[in-house]
Design a protein around this ligand. Structure first.
Ligand SMILES: NC(=O)c1ccc[n+]([C@@H]2O[C@H](COP(=O)([O-])OP(=O)(O)OC[C@H]3O[C@@H](n4cnc5c(N)ncnc54)[C@H](O)[C@@H]3O)[C@@H](O)[C@H]2O)c1
Length: 470
């Protein structure tokens, strides 16, 4: 249901604006208490409701919900709780000789009133993940989840209402108009997760108030499989990663670039693993999801039509059912460069296979496209792996696996240019929602005072000395 009223948003925003200093000055222990409250609500009170909502919105199997939504958020909360005291501490920095008699530190202070706009593919994970960073950093927050997963949004609204006062954290539901109205408000920081297309709209709106932004976007994440790779293991991991959440993951392997000499072996291993994962019948399998909306189903089926028109080879799958929004795990080779599957981010259970003759050709292909969020490498060769990493650019990379770099809280998560701006997770998320305030304190007489006007010949010599020696 749309919660659409610009006055209501202005009121909410104003309440949070007034309250931000009280929230921001809460102690470590108080922030910890808030994180604990959120953890209990997710882990205990709402756990079953979260599972049910995701089953209704995305046909998500319970195991996937547990791992990719509940475990992911609880992991974020636990990590933040473990490190928060240290993150909140003043970070002392060195003092250069020229500033003798002073000391300095960095204070991570809350940015203020923040907006989180989240997508539908992991509705809980991608809403609560940034929220954990935002509240750990001491901000107030307005959240706008995706309209495409209404059951999840409803549960999140209820959970947020239970845990927070609305002058600290509030959730508003609705479609594009709601985001548009919210984006008119002078937020201190906007954290957006979604498509590059909408990311540009968000950045433009943010520029009106010079709000800082974190943009977690998408794009085509390539997977290179070279001829030294363990082909069977690579196929197993890629089949898992590609068809998890029906391919509707920002870091899903979008397409495979494979040495032409190992393509046949790879495809036959892929077939074997798909049969094993889904008992040779994904449609009847509890382990396989569905496409989120009719619109996305139509988009994906148009890609398959386009591939057929261009005489591509369907190595696996291709069957669809409009009513249940089912698309079979599908692998396609022999695509012409102009195929839609090689142009748009797929975000669905279709895997194009592109062959290369030489590794440098694979890298040139990747570098001819916008910079990806993730680049995966399957190889036993250290030299090949290093060459690929050094000759390409990507938000993140996983070697001999896919997706899992996302789950390590010690790594920054985010894209580069078209795939995103800024980083999240762990300390990087805390930093995204903090202003790094530079504080310098003069204790005694400062050397710089010797250089105050009037500028005598002695001071000129002193200035030269400073440039030379300090
Ligand atoms: N980098 C990441 O962490 C990450 C994670 C998940 C998804 N994604 C990306 O998100 C995309 C899929 O998600 P989606 O379809 O929900 O993305 P989307 O960009 O269509 O929507 C994301 C959010 O923006 C809002 N929105 C849509 N149009 C808007 C507009 N014109 N103005 C303001 N707000 C608007 C939506 O209501 C939703 O809440 C893919 O590109 C995927 O790669 C990125």
């Amino acid at each position: 249901m749309d919660d659409f009223s610009s006055n209501r948003y202005y009121e909410l925003f104003s309440k949070q604006k007034l309250n931000q200093y009280a929230i921001g000055s809460r102690s470590y222990k108080e922030r910890l208490k808030t994180l604990n409250k959120l953890q209990v609500a997710i882990e205990e009170t709402y756990r079953v409701q979260i599972q049910e909502a995701l089953r209704k919105d995305l046909g998500k199997p319970v195991v996937e919900t547990e791992l990719t939504e509940i475990y992911a958020i609880i992991g974020d909360i636990k990590y933040a709780k473990k490190h928060l005291r240290q993150w909140m501490r003043k970070q002392q920095v060195e003092t250069p000789l020229a500033l003798l008699g002073s000391s300095a530190y960095i204070k991570y202070e809350p940015k203020g009133v923040c907006l989180i706009i989240s997508p539908w593919n992991f509705p809980f994970n991608l809403t609560f993940g940034p929220l954990v960073s935002a509240i750990a950093a001491g901000n107030t927050v307005i959240i706008k989840p995706s309209e495409m997963t209404p059951h999840s949004s409803k549960i999140m609204a209820s959970l947020i209402g239970d845990v927070f006062n609305e002058d600290h954290v509030a959730l508003v539901q609705g479609e594009v108009e709601v985001s548009t109205e919210l984006l008119k408000l002078p937020f201190n920081h906007i954290f957006f997760t979604g498509s590059p297309h909408v990311g540009k709209i968000v950045m433009k709106a943010a520029s009106q108030h010079l709000a800082s932004v974190t943009l977690e976007l998408g794009g085509k994440s390539p997977t290179i499989v070279d001829k030294t790779a363990n082909i069977d293991k690579a196929a197993k991991k890629i089949m898992w990663a590609k068809f998890l959440n029906c391919g509707q993951i920002c870091v899903s392997p979008d397409y495979v670039l494979i040495d032409e000499s190992v393509k046949t072996e790879f495809i036959s291993s892929c077939k074997k693993w798909l049969q094993a994962f889904y008992n040779d019948n994904p449609k009847a399998s509890d382990s396989y999801g569905r496409i989120v909306t009719d619109k996305h189903f139509e988009r994906l089926s148009s890609y398959l039509e386009n591939a057929k028109t261009l005489n591509a080879k369907f190595e696996v799958g291709g069957k669809m059912n409009r009513t249940s929004k089912y698309i079979e795990p599908t692998i396609i080779s022999g695509l012409k460069p102009e195929a839609k599957l090689l142009e748009d981010e797929i975000f669905g259970p279709i895997l194009p296979i592109v062959t290369y003759k030489r590794l440098d050709m694979a890298m040139a292909y990747i570098n001819s496209k916008p910079r990806p969020l993730a680049l995966y490498i399957y190889s036993k060769s250290k030299a090949n792996t290093n060459t690929i990493i050094n000759s390409t650019r990507a938000g993140g990379t996983c070697i001999n696996n896919s997706i899992l770099h996302y789950t390590n809280h010690n790594l920054p998560f985010g894209g580069i240019n078209n795939s995103g701006i800024g980083k999240s997770h762990g300390f990087f998320g805390f930093k995204a929602f903090s202003n790094e305030r530079a504080v310098m304190k003069q204790h005694t007489f400062g050397v710089t005072e010797l250089l105050f006007p009037p500028y005598t010949g002695f001071k000129e010599k002193l200035a030269r000395l400073t440039v030379k020696w300090f």
